[in-house]
Design a protein around this ligand. Sequence first.
Ligand code: NCD
Ligand code: ZN
Ligand code: ZN
Length: 347
Amino acid sequence: MSTSITITRPDDWHLHLRDGAMLQAVLPETARDFARAIIMPNLVPPVVTGAQAAAYRDRIMAALPDGMTFEPLMTLYLTEDTDPADVAAAYQSGLCASVKLYPAGATTNSASGVTDFDKVRPVLEKMAEIGMPLCVHGEVTDPAVDIFDREAVFIDRVLDPVRRATPGLRVVMEHITTANGVDYVKSNAADLGATITTHHLIINRNHILVGGIKPHYYCLPVAKREEHRLALRAAATSGDARFFLGTDSAPHVDPAKECGCGCAGCFTATNTMPLLAHVFEEENALDKLEGFASLNGPAFYGLPVNSGSLTLTKSDSATEFPAKITSGDGPVTVFDPGFPVFWRVTP
Ligand SMILES: NC(=O)N[C@@H](CC(=O)O)C(=O)O
Ligand SMILES: [Zn+2]
Ligand SMILES: [Zn+2]
């Protein structure tokens, strides 16, 4: 027996494609199922100017295999030297969809991020004026703050003050991992949204640490307690349009994760849609999957909904996802949910 659902073709509102050989390997994994994605700018060096974003966009389009369609929505990495006029031009030309704020040192390749928020005030004010969204990696970097509390503390110490100081600024809290993040979004107006990853709907911190350390479950913000995972599931499946899919699929080659100081990031591009169908079915909310993956994101960004569709089918035999994909830089492990999944994307 098989069941299937067909939804509007989804988008990924938070994606790492990297560059060079890695870009070549991971881009088809996303383009197979997704029409568009917000492309994170944390390359080395980061994508800071409109000209750099245009060049990166060209490299992405050159890496797209023949016969696939995909639209990269570029972002600019906010630094203390970012020029408000350059940001506005990149947005108004349609090249860039948002600006990305990384607190300096918060995550992978964030060394050029922001330390002094007063220095970026003119950029944020310009963005509020033109309606350009700010995507935020919401963790404080204060070494005195416990890593499991960094998101909650960021909301109080940074995010709320920045939003109050910049009325009209549209903000996406990226990859929220806590009930605090969910509650903060819900207690605000429609100018605040949040992305939720596939893996944070599936793992809690036990999955990383119990029975041996699992480097492929380590990402930032790090997965939290079970009660937080349940809050994320409730938000994602609620139908509240302020919550939408951002996979944060973040490939690192295996040697960079399976070592004494492993990189943060889970690679979920390959199997995200079947995993989401599994999660939404568990929550008796398959009817909310289209909103989460295909409708709420475009509504927040003020973009049209995709015209194509995607069909997911559930059968009696478990779907065999590849354990790894191969890149010119080395193997990349595909996120393993740790349970059988019976959904697959119908080719
Ligand atoms: N999420 C992660 O754990 N890693 C991301 C960076 C990020 O999104 O914070 C990466 O670029 O590898
Ligand atoms: Zn991040
Ligand atoms: Zn990310």
